[in-house]
Design a protein around this ligand. Structure first.
Ligand SMILES: [Zn+2]
Length: 76
């Protein structure tokens, strides 16, 4: 399974969610918040959450990579 992006609409976390591990971005140091964006990917039984501000260069770079990959897939 590849990377996927999720918009967070609520701070409440359902109890049936898989375990989550928060990764602080060293560039923007974003914390979980409605105004920030999370990049998540599964790691075994855990879901890694990497939070960024929408302007974070690291996040923009990642989003760009995802877009490029999506275009490559579509081009096949
Ligand atoms: Zn960041």
């Amino acid at each position: 399974m590849g990377l996927f992006r999720s918009e967070v609409s609520s701070m409440s976390v359902p109890s049936e969610d898989p375990a989550r591990r928060l990764n602080l971005c060293p560039i923007c140091l974003a914390e979980p918040a409605e105004t920030n964006v999370a990049v998540m990917w599964p790691d075994g039984d855990t879901v890694i959450e990497n939070w960024h501000t929408p302007e974070c260069p690291s996040y923009l770079e990642l989003e760009w990579d995802l877009m490029v990959n999506a275009e490559k897939v579509q081009a096949r």
